[in-house]
Design a protein around this ligand. Sequence first.
Ligand code: PLP
Length: 377
Amino acid sequence: MSFDIPFVRPAFPSSSEIAVDVDGILAANWFTNFGPMEKKFARGLSEYLGQGLHVSTFSSGTAALNGALNCVLGRGDGSSYVLMPSFTFVAVAQACIWNGFSPWFIDIDPFTWQPSVDSARAILESSRDRVAGILLPNCLGVGDPAIVEWEHLAGAWELPLILDSAAGFGSRYTDGHLLGGRGRCEIFSFHATKPFAIGEGGALVSRDPELVEKANRFQNFGFDEDRMCTQLGINGKLPEISAAIGLRQLTALDQRLESRREVFAAYQRGLAGTGIRFQPNAAASSLFCAAVCTESARHKRSVMQSLRARRIQAREYYNPSLHRHPYFLSNPEGWRMGDLPVTEDMCGRVISLPIHDRMTGGEVDRVMGAVKDGLAE
Ligand SMILES: *Cc1c(COP(=O)(O)O)cnc(C)c1O
């Protein structure tokens, strides 16, 4: 089915701008492996983020996630666990498994939809010795209001904290700081669906320059400066053309994020009093989408139907949550799931409404009209 209002429609550099970049890359005869475009892009990202942060660009968010786990935790032997929510994207648990760790799914907070600190604490109180680390997604790219509590928890139990901020480049924590500076490192994705869209691309960001150096070697077969393989690695490098597109996207980022925030504010105003709830701190995020929670699963079903009937594409991040996907349900390694009542409940009620860069007022009104019609049925 084709939609009048698709879920994603990223603003992209023009074909003539990209042609200029391709000419530059051909003239330099340098296509990948930390070329001039990549170097400039990595520098641009760290300047944007400020706070003395170092950046390793990657070919995808998933490659960066694998780098983060490998460089912080090393390789597991399958016997220890990494705490993570089930209410997230599949790459989070998959990266953990690729690195030899087992996911231990925790529940989420009913108010923020972020991973539940209490759920993690309960596991640590009974099973600390089986846990190697905490992999914490900033849910839907929104800065977790409980980040300080997570830092205290990780500190108290002496566990490394890794943040997956995939959709949240440009988002802020409640203290006003941009995402990127917390935990041992944070990773970002520049996939076409994310507010900072290149197509494919990612980054690992950390205050620790040695960790970032290690991540650079990890993504280049574990080679050091003398092309000697000194650690386990993969090929996860960002090509020059993608870095060039990233540079152009970075220049225009703040204006585009501002336009997304205006759309979100219009949704909040227009849907006030309908019983629909928004995610706390979403207004200070880069607005991957406008995630809303309906009062009941019945309301959600009728809103989804209404949107579809009006050719508006919505999604249901993150339904099904990870522990409902066939691969994780099959549970070949005895992964830990526990009871996840809040996750189950939220999966029945969340809807991700589209937000585009510079979405028109008419489109926003159409989406809100469809939501209200669905609620009235
Ligand atoms: C998008 C996303 C990823 C994967 O990023 P890719 O660039 O698509 O590999 C990982 N984690 C989360 C939470 C995401 O939203």
